[in-house]
Design a binder for this molecule. Structure first.
Ligand SMILES: CC(C)(COP(=O)(O)OP(=O)(O)OC[C@H]1O[C@@H](n2cnc3c(N)ncnc32)[C@H](O)[C@@H]1OP(=O)(O)O)[C@@H](O)C(=O)NCCC(=O)NCCS
Length: 147
């Protein structure tokens, strides 16, 4: 298994990025300024993008694993890699997600704690209603982890 930091042709990974954030115009807001990591294990399995939000704070903007490979530990391995990669640069990592139990569980299992909520983030910022596990995404739930 190998995790690479990708600096060029980031749009090459759009198919994976769209699994976590289905509107390309929203991905365009963070992909260039963010740092992109790709996990390979006999081929590409997962990606994630991290941005700088202040001197002390970074934010995980996108993380996705190909559907066929969900539940094989790749997402958690990528998180462990970026925690180590950023621990000397930032104090805190944030992540925002829909109020969907499966997603919250994934982050909590990996050491994030619920921090705050941005009301109507998904309905205000996306051009169409979005659903996950049959639940409409409305508020953004922020979680944070001390690095
Ligand atoms: C969330 C995601 C990145 C996790 O990646 P992964 O490689 O499956 O991660 P791991 O195998 O390390 O962890 C699996 C855990 O993720 C959670 N999870 C969230 N969505 C899941 C899904 N669709 N399928 C399986 N597990 C999922 C479960 O809690 C699972 O824990 P469990 O094995 O104890 O049940 C992946 O499911 C994914 O790409 N989902 C679609 C994109 C997305 O929604 N990304 C943003 C999440 S807010």
């Amino acid at each position: 298994m190998e995790i690479k930091k990708i600096s060029e042709n980031k749009k090459h990974f759009l198919d994976l990025l769209l699994l976590a954030d289905e509107q390309e115009s929203m991905i365009d807001k963070y992909l260039e300024r963010g740092e992109l990591f790709a996990l390979y294990d006999d081929g590409l399995k997962s990606v994630c993008v991290v941005t700088q939000e202040s001197d002390d704070i970074c934010e995980l903007k996108n993380i996705a694993t190909y559907e066929k490979w969900h539940g094989h530990g790749y997402g958690s391995k990528l998180l462990r890699h970026i925690f180590a990669y950023y621990k000397d640069r930032y104090k805190t990592m944030l992540v925002g997600t829909g109020a969907v139990p499966k997603s919250l569980r994934f982050y909590q299992k990996n050491g994030f704690e619920i921090s705050h909520r941005i009301k109507n983030f998904f309905t205000d910022n996306y051009d169409h209603p979005m659903f996950e596990d049959g639940v409409q995404l409305v508020d953004m739930v922020y979680l944070s982890k001390a690095l």
